[in-house]
Each structure stands twice: as C-alpha cells, then as structure tokens.
Design a binder for this molecule. Sequence first.
Ligand SMILES: Cc1ncc(COP(=O)(O)O)c(C=O)c1O
Length: 506
Amino acid sequence: MSYRQARWDEPPLWEVAREPSLEAPPPIPGVPEGFRRRSAVRWPELSEPAIVRHYTRLSQMNFGIDSGPYPLGSCTMKYNPKVSELLARRPGAAQMHPRQPEATAQGSLEIMYRLERILAKVTGLPEVSLQPAAGAHGEYVALLMIRAYHRDRGELDRRTEVLVPDTAHGTNPASAAMAGFTTREIRSVDGCVHLPALKEALSDRTACFMLTNPNTAGLFESEILEIAEAVHAAGAMLYYDGANLNAILGITSPGRMGFDVAHLNLHKTFATPHGGGGPGAGVLAANETLAPYLPVPRVVRSGRRYRLDYDRPKSIGKVKLAYGNFGLDLRAYAFALAHGEDGLRHVARRSVLNSNYMASRLGKLLPRPFRSLVKHEFVLSGAPLKERGVRTIDLAKRLLDEGVHAPTVYFPSLVEESLMIELPETESKRDLDAFGDAIERALADTPENLRRAPRSLSVGRIDEVRAAREPVLSWKDQRAAGRNVERPAPLPEGHESASAQDLRRA
Ligand SMILES: Cc1ncc(COP(=O)(O)O)c(C=O)c1O
C-alpha cells in the first residue's frame, strides 16, 4: 500500500550527453535576416530512449499526488482528475496564442466567463477576475485594489496599516509589505482571533484586516460576523484568504461572512495541479465596493459574443501579460461542472469528516493544542518527542521511510513543534488508516532511527545550511567531492521499515 521510491544514481542529461554540434542551423525560410540564429544551440545530444529513460527514472524517485496521499496542511493537495487533464490538453485550449483575436477565442472566453459566474456564486461576491497567477499574487493585487479604494476616498495617507492574525500564512504580511503597507499582528486565543485585541488595534490608520476562515489551525472563526462589523466600523476592508475554501464550499461563503474581497486558490480547492513553481491560479472575487478596482481586462458578454473589456476607469490596471494559466481555469471549470452544487458541498463535508477522523485517531498519539472539532485540517504538537531526544522534523523524515509523504511541519508557528495535517476529500478511509498506521509505526521506532531517517530513499538527510552555503550543482562534482548529499546508510537489523525491507528483497 505504501510507496517505494527507486534509488537511481541519475546524472542530469547535460552531464552525459554528447557534445553538441557547433554548426549554426540552416536558416528557416521566412524568418527575417535580423532574427536568424547565427550560432548553434548548445543543447545536449541524446537518443530518444536515453531521454525517456532519464525522465522515467526521475519519476520513479519522485513522490506525487498520483503516488499517494499528500497530507500537507494548508496546501490542500488533491488528486487531479485525469478528465480535466485531457480537456486542458486539447489543441483548442493548449495551443491558444496570447495575441489571438477575440473572434477566434470565443470558446475560451465563454469558459472564463462561465467560470467567473460559478466562482461568484461560490464566494457570494458578485464580480470575479481570473487574472492573478497564484494565491500570493491574488493577495497582492487585492491589496493594490484596497490602496486604490482608500486613495479615492482621500484616506490613503492615513490608512497605511494592514492587520494580520498570528495564525496567518506568511504570504499575507509579505503581500501587505509589497503593496506598501506596514503590518501589525493580532494575537489569537485558542487558535482564533482575539476579538478584543483586534478591536483595540483597529483605528483610522487601518487599511485592511486579512483573515482566512477556517484559519490555518483548521478552526472556524465563529466570531466572524462581529469581526466584519468591527473592521467595517473602523472604515477598513476585510480580506478573505481563500486558500482554505475547501472546508466551506457550498456551505457558507466569504460574501455571507462579510468579506469585501477574496482570493481563491484554484490549484487547491478546485483540484488543479500545484505546478511545482509553474502557473497557479489565485482568482479574485470582490463586492460592489471593490469590484470597480479589479484588474483589466474583464471578460464581458454582449449578446452571444464574449470580449475583453479594458474600459474600467477605476481599475488598478493589468497584473499579468496574458491568461497563460488558462489551462488551470479549464480544469477548475471541469471540476465545478462535474461536481455540481451538491457535489461541491459534498467536497467540503467529506474533507471535514476526513480531518476529524484523522484528528481523533492521531490526537491519541500526540497532543492537539486546540479544540477537538476542526474543519479541513488540524494541528498536532510534536513537543513531547523532545523528551526522547527527537523533534518533529525527525518524525517527518522517518515517515518518508514508511513510504508516505510527510505533513507540513513547524507551521503554524504559534504551536511548538507543530505538524499540520490535511487529507482532502479525495482520500479514502483506507488511505487515512494507512497514514495513521505509518505515523504509529514511526512513533514507535527508536530515537536513533528517527534521527537518522530517511534511509530507504535515494537521498538521505541533507545538511540544509551547508547545501545553501556551499551548493554543488553538478552531479560529477558532487560525486568527486562526496558532498551535499548524505547517502542513505543501510538500516540496522530489526529496525527496518516495511518499505526498506521490500526494497532489500527487490
Ligand atoms: C492560507 C494560505 N494563504 C495563501 C497561500 C498562498 O498561495 P499560493 O501558494 O498559491 O501563492 C497559501 C499557500 O499555501 C496558504 O496556505
């Protein structure tokens, strides 16, 4: 049931390829003189099988959402349905050109328009822009909109402060700082915003309060209506970090809770790939007050035609050159249509059920700092492990030897030695039980084994500080120097994880 990682010693293609030929390629007819390549492209020369085997071997050393559950709290790592992949790869979608005339892009514009309408309903906020490329980008763009709003009211000079709770994701204060605000932290009590502390901090200097609900401790901020009232009474805006929307889909919405603007991570809630640094989608939804400031162009319908509208005088402008992440919008659209309204509600219920099932089982092994009922994710503290001379990081590394992915560790930072676990609705009870069994086995192991883990993977424990200070970026140099990567040592008899035993047998 658990994942077995291959242990290939795989050099990068650049280091095994034949020297490239140094002849400039023949000119391509029709390419103007000034744009012609004059020297050879120094790409490695390899046969097709060599390339295919290289990437196959790399994939065998990788762990992905198609290999098993990916319990990263705050990240909502869902299985990405293959039907959505098929749709996104159809030539009509994959081969769109950013400068294609609108008349030839009607299908794509219609999908964008319809997705915006679905997301308006989901968020309870009437206007949506698909432009931001990631959650953090959405935060930044929304803060620029809030700046523009306060500027129009002649209050920007005064409203320079953004409030964030101490449970906030790091991108919240970072986005606020990038948008030119100063930030101030609001303390939480039992994992939720301390309302008196918030009220005390709110003033005519406050531009906005950023909040995610349920928050990053997996707790629903039940005083949200009072929070919204207090923020608005101070003349500030309430921003919804929608990274945790999975827990409330179809049950409640940022609009109902009193938020003015929200970003959603389609790559979380709507099961589109997280892209490993590639394109995400951090769409924005806004109420009537902030909608005029949304970025241009907006997708509009005139009769049966769709077009991009730039005529929005109050808009903060363009925040991305083109809709290059349209493939993600298409996947999210497919996900929303496949589920329908009831199905989306089921997503939230199932993810909350999964989380509470797991929390009640693992809560018997490690302390849970907050209240017992949670939403889509929960937090444990690995602090008692310190009595055995180990830490949360050792447990996380030891889990890798069990063939499962580790949860988020050391976040939220207000919990000592925290582990944050999220197993979304796509995970079955069988997967949850297997994950629970893996944690039990890892915790039962000796402190020495925990500290030395992982030992069944192709790469052992890395000295991260040294790797950053003295990076060795070539496979050959690394082999020569024997640096950077601590090779996994064989496990001592009697202390093998199931995966290590299987590897040895294989
Ligand atoms: C609560 C929360 N807010 C914001 C973000 C930022 O989103 P992104 O990674 O798409 O920039 C994350 C990402 O994990 C998150 O968990």
